[in-house]
Ligand binder design. Structure first.
Ligand SMILES: C[S@@+](CC[C@H](N)C(=O)[O-])C[C@H]1O[C@@H](n2cnc3c(N)ncnc32)[C@H](O)[C@@H]1O
Length: 445
């Protein structure tokens, strides 16, 4: 007998989540971010799963904010958390309404005028000087200060120490323009691994860029964002957008009441040692995270980091049988550091995932649903069936699996590492799964 549930979990349309699976006209990217799923996947799911107008949608690993921006466009309330403030700003910038498009260029010009009059007198070492000569760093900082003067309340403070609620969607969009600008200016510091960035080792290596060039770049990147906004306006049929709550928080300790969310759509950090903090290191420098403890602390707290825990972590039976088998294979692998660094790095990842899934279950209402987009990967030649591990963890935390759809992946982040590729020759392809859970009502249990 079919179960009567709140959502159409069996019949909802689940498209290939990959961004390039988007159908129709390709949307301009606001900020290059490889880890997200597509807007078309998200909106099709939301349109066919039977959401209710009063529902609250959550993404505890909100990244660039696909879940929150599609929720807003479809007029659902949503909450998005991410521990990386750069991603919180990127996600917030998606909430800018198209009516702001015409004010972008005039505001940008005003910022440049203020910046050239009030050149920044930075006390001490500016984290931007890890790539830029002092003068160039000062001019970029002056643009950021002008942005704050024009668009944020109160006096200038590094974003690292400012409440994130201060930052309006429009201010966030200007921050994204500076992110894109500094990223493209430091492109010579990137190597073949897209998630890594070097720093200047000597003062000669630091970039000296004339202020006019920085100004042109700032305007160029803002025009790109203006184009993106106008394109969004052309494709968005709704007249009114609801804005989302987007904040810095950890998935392992969600700042939400028990049973306060109806629907979760998310994709967890990859298990391939992608360092999300290093990937956004230049953007973090702009926010004030320097070559000091603030950067290190953030890096260590992000799930998927390449660092290892300071305290010993024991395997927990709630992580499931598949996770235990995979960890045994990592431990007994003959390659260097498998028993030490790699094993301990994986323990850290699975503990954080298990804690996060427990939190997601706690904040989901009974009869609510949780959808995870999860990719398989390899440790050397050892297959990591992360979708299966997540299913076991979720079931052990009290969620019930309702559906699983698999999609083959042709280019994946586990191949970023050259070393990994040698082991992977002739191995099975990775796939990405969409796994759908329900939190059953206690009356049904
Ligand atoms: C796979 S991405 C999410 C992609 C996102 N759903 C999208 O479509 O753009 C994973 C995100 O998790 C974030 N993250 C890592 N550890 C976290 C933690 N402990 N709490 C919250 N977010 C975390 C990373 O900063 C990254 O943005």
């Amino acid at each position: 007998m079919p179960t009567l549930t709140k959502y159409n979990l069996d019949t909802a349309e689940i498209l290939n989540p990959k961004r390039r699976g988007d159908s129709g006209i390709r949307q301009k990217e606001k900020y290059s971010y490889y880890a997200g799923y597509s807007k078309s996947f998200t909106s099709r799911l939301f349109q066919t799963v039977g959401l209710h107008p009063e529902d609250v949608i959550l993404d505890p690993w909100n990244g660039a904010g696909t879940t929150t921006s599609v929720s807003s466009e479809l007029e659902y309330r949503s909450i998005g958390f991410d521990l990386n403030p750069v991603m919180v700003i990127v996600a917030k910038s998606s909430e800018v309404g198209v009516q702001n498009a015409q004010s972008i260029t005039p505001l940008a010009k005003e910022m440049l005028t203020v910046a050239s009059k009030e050149l920044s007198e930075f006390e001490g070492f500016d984290p931007l000087e890890m790539w830029f000569e002092t003068e160039t760093a000062r001019f970029i900082r002056a643009i950021e200060k002008a942005l704050q003067k024009i668009l944020l309340p109160n006096d200038y403070r590094m974003l690292k120490v400012r409440p994130i609620e201060d930052i309006s969607a429009l201010a966030a969009l200007f921050y994204v323009a500076i992110f894109n600008m500094v990223r493209s200016l430091v492109s010579s510091f990137r190597g073949s691994n897209p998630t890594w960035i070097k720093m200047a080792r000597t003062s000669e290596e630091r970039l000296r860029i004339p202020n006019e060039v920085v100004s042109q770049q700032f305007l160029f990147h803002l025009q790109g964002l203006e184009g993106y906004l106008r394109q969004k306006g052309d494709h968005c049929s709704v007249s009114k957008e609801i804005s989302s709550r987007i904040e810095v928080a950890s998935s392992t300790k969600l700042p939400l009441e028990d049973s306060s969310v109806d629907f979760v759509l998310t994709s967890p950090p990859y298990c391939t040692r992608i360092d999300y903090a290093v990937k956004t290191r230049v953007e973090l420098a702009l926010l004030g995270y320097g070559d000091d403890d603030s950067f290190k602390t953030l890096r260590q707290s992000l799930i998927g980091t390449a660092t290892v825990p300071k305290t010993k972590i024991d395997v927990d039976s709630r992580w499931g049988v598949e996770c235990g088998k995979f960890l045994d294979k990592v431990y007994s692998h003959q390659s260097k550091a498998s028993k030490t660094y790699y094993y301990s790095n994986h323990l850290q990842y699975f503990k954080a995932m298990s804690d996060s899934i427990g939190e997601i279950k706690r904040v989901t209402r009974e009869e609510g649903s949780c959808v995870f987009v999860v990719q398989t990967s390899y440790y050397k030649e050892v297959f990591n069936d992360l979708p299966k591990i997540i299913i076991e963890m979720a079931e052990n935390s009290g969620l019930t699996l309702r559906r699983k759809e698999d999609f083959l992946v042709d280019q994946d982040m586990s191949r970023v590492n050259r070393g990994t590729r040698t082991y992977r020759l002739g191995m099975a392809r990775n796939y990405e799964s969409v796994v759908v859970f329900e939190k059953l009502s206690s009356r049904c249990m």
